[in-house]
Every structure is written in C-alpha cells, then in structure tokens.
Design a protein around this ligand. Structure first.
Ligand code: F0G
Length: 411
C-alpha cells in the first residue's frame, strides 16, 4: 500500500509519522486499476460482514482482523424527521456500532494495523467516543491503551466506557486540541501507536459508512450530511465517493454537507471567508462535546473533498442542535447531541434553499442517545440556557392512583 499527501500529492511508502515532508497528512493510496473485485461482488456479500465486506478497499494487507462486528447499521426512514427538515431524510445510525459510535469502523481497521505492525501501546486524544472505541478494541487485541481526554468536558457515558474497558485514562487540564498535540509528542517519545484520525487507516474504515449507505439505498442520495469536529469523517466520506467515482461505480456523486457547532466552527469560518489558512477557534464551546474542536487536523482534506463533491459547510446553534436531537429522539431513533447537528444542519440548508425540497438527504447520526444522558435530561427539564421547543419533562406525583390519574389528565 502506498500513501499520498492530501495537499502536495507526493507518494510515499513510509507512513510512520502519518505526515508528508511538506507537513500535511497522508492518505492511503490504492492502485484501483489493479482491484480484483467489482461493486457487484461487494453487493453479493452478506451485509453482516460490515466494514470487512469491503476488505479489498479498506485494508487489503490485513492479517489477523480485530473486529466486534462493526458496521451494518440501520438506515432509518422517519416521516417525523423528514417533516421537521422539510425534505426526504434517511438516518444512517452509526450509534448502533458496538461501542455506540461510528469510531468503531475506523478503529477495527486501525487496531488491525496496529497489531500487524507489532505495536505494544496504542494512544489517542479524544472528546470521548474515540477513547471509548479504542479502549475496547485495544483490550480485544491485548494491547496497552492510553487515552487523553479534556477534563470535565466529555459525556459521562463515554468516560465510563474508557475506564471500564481498562484504558489508562488521563484527564488533561486543557481542551481536545491541546490533548491531541500532547498525544503526538508522547507517541514520538515512547513509540506509541496513534489512533486518532491523523492515522490514515482509521479513515479507510470510515469510508464504509458511505458505501454501505449506497448499497442500502440502491441509488445515490442527493446529499450526505455529517457533523464535523476533527473532520476525519467528512474526509473519509469524500475519499469513499471519489474512489467509487474513479471506478465508474457511481451514476451521480452525492454532495457532502458538513455541519459544525456555532461555538466550534473553524471550518465554517474558513469556508465562508475562502481562507487558505485555517481560522482556528481558540476556545471552542458547544453542548455537542464530541465536536468541541477548534483546530481540526483534517481540515485540508475536508476542504479538498468538499470541493470535489460540490459540498457545503453549515453551522448550527446549540439550541438548534438540541431541538433537532429532540425530534430524532422522539421519532424513537435517538442520538447524542453532536449527531443531531446533521439533522439541524439539513433543516437549515433546506430552509435556505441550498438543499431542494425534492432532494433526497442522508443524515449521519454519529453516536448513540445513551452516550450523553445529562444533555438529554437537562434539555427536557428546561435546565439549558434556551427554551427547548420539544420538551417532555417528567412530572412528580404522589404514590396514589388519584395523583397519577390527575397528572395524566393534565397532560
Ligand atoms: N459525532 C460524534 C458523536 C463524534 O464523536 C465525533 C468526533 C464527531 C461527530 C466528529 O467527527 O472528528 O471525524 O469530524 N469525535 C472525536 C472523538 C473527535 O474524540 O471521539 P470528526
């Protein structure tokens, strides 16, 4: 396997630092003309193979595969969500992966590679989901695992997972961006294997979200909408689309829309101002703690693929994100706050006329509802600084039938 710089296009076989001599990130570069499988072959294989259904285009060199059966997630149809957004929406629920987020797809491939290259200790910085996923897969592969998380700023469900799966958890008195810088230094000094999305193998696994969706739909949607934090996922989506396009396996290339939180919107600002340099956010804030990132490492790749797919960048307020989440939740599907940025963003893009009312949209739900119960309960109890259009607060009653019936009649 060769690797190519996402910026200067230089090809290399040395992927040890994940970085080109020009300082930009490397991407896996497969010779697609030598591929021995067709789209039909992939279609014929069982969806239950998940990520590894696409093995030849994900990790052709894989030896022993470290897997928990990730992928093969549902693509939901919900009238409620479509009405809210104002156009036909399907929800690709990545919260249905083994540790409850899309990270498991990339982690299966990344940890498989870590084992292949003989790593002993794997490490990541995380807003929560990457650490939960890495902790699980590292344990499965009998590797030591170190995770750095921003203190007090990750959802409890995610923290509990990393601890429970046995990782060494370091709570950094700083934000995610500072934690990721530390991880890169720590790895260099100690020969640890980094499993953040700077690692191109992670993104190879995440490409399968798009391919699986295309096979489930049997036609291309007009838009694929995804929340953006460190911008690994949108980069993986763009790569997936470009590879299938190069192979002639797509009739139309769906447009990508990446949605950031208003308080953590470096890509949105960079995009709007058409800046050639990333406009960082020094103090990122949002209730969507998963995407509370001000200096996303994959921004160059993200912009490249947004251009290639005629994509757009949108931003949403925390109130918009939480209202969209409440709609997804009440549809019986549910997701964590950051995931709902995709639905809130789709609604904004339809309202603005960027997405047509007759167009077909796939919104990716990146994480499970139970990752962040605090955010959900605080929204419904009215404890957040905004009204909450879809509150469903629990009602306190006496332990008597009369009191219960009175409360139900009042509803
Ligand atoms: N949604 C969820 C639920 C996430 O956990 C993340 C990223 C994103 C969206 C954004 O994806 O970074 O590829 O743009 N979480 C990382 C973590 C940063 O550490 O768990 P991205």
């Amino acid at each position: 396997m060769k690797f190519q710089c996402c910026k200067c296009s230089k090809i290399t076989e040395d992927v040890s630092s994940f970085t080109c001599s020009c300082g930009n990130l490397l991407e896996a570069k497969q010779d697609l003309s030598a591929l021995k499988v067709s789209r039909k072959d992939f279609e014929k294989r069982s969806p239950s193979l998940g990520v590894w259904r696409f093995r030849e285009m994900v990790h052709p060199l894989a030896g022993k595969i470290i897997t928990r059966g990730e992928g093969n997630t549902h693509l939901y149809d919900s009238d409620k969500v479509s009405i809210y957004v104002g156009a036909s929406v399907r929800l690709k629920h990545e919260g249905e992966n083994p540790t409850g987020s899309f990270k498991d797809r990339g982690m299966s491939v990344g940890v498989t590679e870590a084992v292949r290259v003989g790593a002993k200790t794997v490490v990541c910085a995380s807003t929560g989901n990457t650490s939960a996923s890495l902790a699980s897969y590292a344990s499965l592969a009998s590797l030591n695992c170190v995770v750095l998380i921003p203190e007090g700023k990750i959802a409890f469900g995610k923290l509990s997972q990393a601890i429970a799966y046995g990782a060494k958890v370091l709570q950094v008195k700083g934000n995610f961006d500072q934690s990721l810088e530390l991880v890169q230094k720590l790895a260099l000094e100690n020969n640890y294997y980094v499993l953040n999305s700077v690692n191109p193998w992670r993104l190879e696994g995440q490409k399968t979200i798009v391919w699986e969706t295309l096979l489930q739909l049997q036609e291309e949607p007009d838009w694929i909408v995804v929340p953006g934090g460190n911008l690994g996922n949108v980069s993986a989506f763009g790569k997936a689309l470009m590879e299938w396009k190069e192979l002639g396996w797509l009739e139309n290339v769906p447009r990508l829309a990446v949605v950031q939180a208003e308080g953590s919107n470096p890509l949105y600002q960079t995009w709007k101002k058409n800046s050639t340099k990333l406009i960082r956010v020094e103090k990122p804030e949002t209730i969507g703690t998963a995407i509370r990132i001000g200096n996303p490492v994959n921004w160059v790749k993200a912009l490249k693929y947004l251009k290639a797919t005629n994509g757009v960048v949108e931003q949403v307020s925390d109130a918009e994100m939480m209202d969209a989440k409440a709609v997804v939740d009440s549809a019986g599907i549910g997701c964590e706050p950051s995931s709902a940025a995709s639905v809130a963003g789709a609604k904004k893009l339809v309202d603005a006329g960027t997405i047509g009312k007759n167009q077909k949209i796939v919104c990716v739900l990146t994480g499970h509802l139970l990752k962040d119960p605090d955010a959900t309960v605080n929204y419904h109890l009215g404890k957040l600084p905004y009204a909450g259009a879809f509150r469903n607060a629990p009602v306190q009653v006496e332990a008597s039938l009369e009191s219960v019936e009175e409360a139900l009649a009042a509803r």
